[in-house]
Write a protein that binds this ligand. Structure first.
Ligand code: NAP
Ligand code: ZN
Ligand code: ZN
Length: 346
């Protein structure tokens, strides 16, 4: 057993506080990672606060994990001591079902998610990356290239793959017109990745103060959503919308900016039901769909794409003692654009 320092909360209204967890000693196919940084995803907050349904407490959040491999099991070939490794939103899956075989482990019937889940034994709780160490089967960890600022790589493990996957699935390429709704952690990665794929990007935001940043991140257009008139010049212009909003909203106006047969993809997972007018889909035969992170192969592909294109997250590095403050600022839309925890401070 490895005793790891962590941060956890114990009820939906509890703050996150120091906590000690046990990580398993490495089995033949495991590696042990000394965590350097972990991003703060809004999903961590939804789960810590029980907004998506019951959470298994004590809860240790974090699924944007990067660090150094400090131990390797006897059978591990992909990693050696001293390598850099990343862990995303799941740590295991059955490996046998159709979804595992098609490299979409996130949809496996038995996925062991990185937190608020159990290992495949259905008993052992999983704890996330707000911790000093993690033990994981080497096949479920990602290779991270040396020479990159690791703290800015961490958010790729969730915010990066969650936006890369639908951008790629809907064939974003040079000249594609992509809308991004919400400029937070996922939204700012969507802007950067869509731009790196060659798209012209339009940001929809509730925050007037984010216009300059949106343009610096690579967006061509900025629509302040508080005034419906601002949508009118963009009607029928976009191929694809990536909607990253974390709270209840109405999709209809956004969908008016799609071309015929355009697609609005939800990645934001508002705990409350949302609203959409039937006519927003019927006229123009538009589609509304969703997307969940990405599988092992696609996540590694995204990391390699981002390394090649020099796409990194814009972050604010915080010590563990400021996690609760970072949560509140994220909920208020005041994150620029991802909080990342320095694991040394746990
Ligand atoms: P975030 O950093 O808090 O960003 C969300 C952004 O949405 C905010 O910055 C804000 O942008 C906008 N927003 C917030 N409240 C709003 C409201 N009431 N109406 C309209 N816009 C609002 O969160 P995140 O970490 O990017 O995560 C976003 C969502 O994606 C969360 O629900 C998270 O759980 C989910 N998620 C899903 C997946 C998946 O696989 N599908 C993966 C990761 C995260 P503006 O200030 O620009 O308006
Ligand atoms: Zn996440
Ligand atoms: Zn499976």
């Amino acid at each position: 057993m490895i005793q790891a320092k962590a941060y956890a909360n114990h009820s939906p209204t509890d703050l996150l506080k120091p906590f000690v967890i046990n990580r398993r000693s490495p089995k033949p196919n495991d590696i042990v990672i000394e965590i350097a940084y972990c991003g703060i995803c809004h999903s961590d907050i939804h789960t810590a606060r029980g907004e998506w349904g019951p959470t298994a407490y004590p809860f240790v959040p974090g699924h944007e994990i990067v660090g150094k491999v400090i131990e390797v099991g006897k059978k591990v070939k992909r990693f050696k001591r001293g390598d850099l490794a990343g862990v995303g939103c799941f740590v295991d899956s059955c490996g046998k079902c159709a979804n595992c075989k098609s490299n979409e482990q996130q949809f496996c019937d038995h996925t062991a998610f990185t937190y608020n889940s159990t290992e495949l034994d259905k008993v052992t709780p999983t704890y996330g990356g707000y911790s000093s160490h993690i033990t994981i089967k080497d096949q479920y960890a990602y290779k991270i290239k040396k020479g990159l600022p690791l703290d800015r790589v961490a958010p790729l493990l969730c915010a990066g793959i969650t936006t890369y996957s639908p951008l790629k699935r809907f064939k974003t390429k040079k000249g594609s017109k992509v809308g991004v709704v919400g400029l937070g952690g996922l939204g700012h990665m969507a802007v950067k990745i869509a731009k790196a794929m060659g798209a012209e990007v339009t940001v929809f935001s509730t925050s007037p103060g984010k216009e300059q940043d949106a343009k610096k991140l690579g967006a061509k257009n900025f629509i302040l959503t508080s005034n419906p008139d601002n949508f009118v010049p963009y009607e029928g212009k976009l191929d694809l919308i990536i909607d990253t909003v974390s709270a209840q909203h109405d999709f209809s106006l956004y969908m008016s900016t799609l071309k015929k047969a355009g697609t609005h993809v939800l990645v934001g997972a508002s705990p409350e039901p949302n609203h959409v007018e039937a006519m927003a889909l019927i006229f123009g035969r538009k589609s509304l769909t969703g997307s969940l992170i990405g599988g092992l192969k696609e996540t590694q592909e995204m990391l390699d794409f981002c390394a090649k294109k020099k796409v990194l997250a814009d972050i604010e590095l915080v010590p563990a003692s400021r996690i609760n403050e970072a949560y509140d600022r994220t909920v208020r839309g005041q994150v620029k654009y991802r909080f990342v925890i320095d694991a040394k401070t746990l």
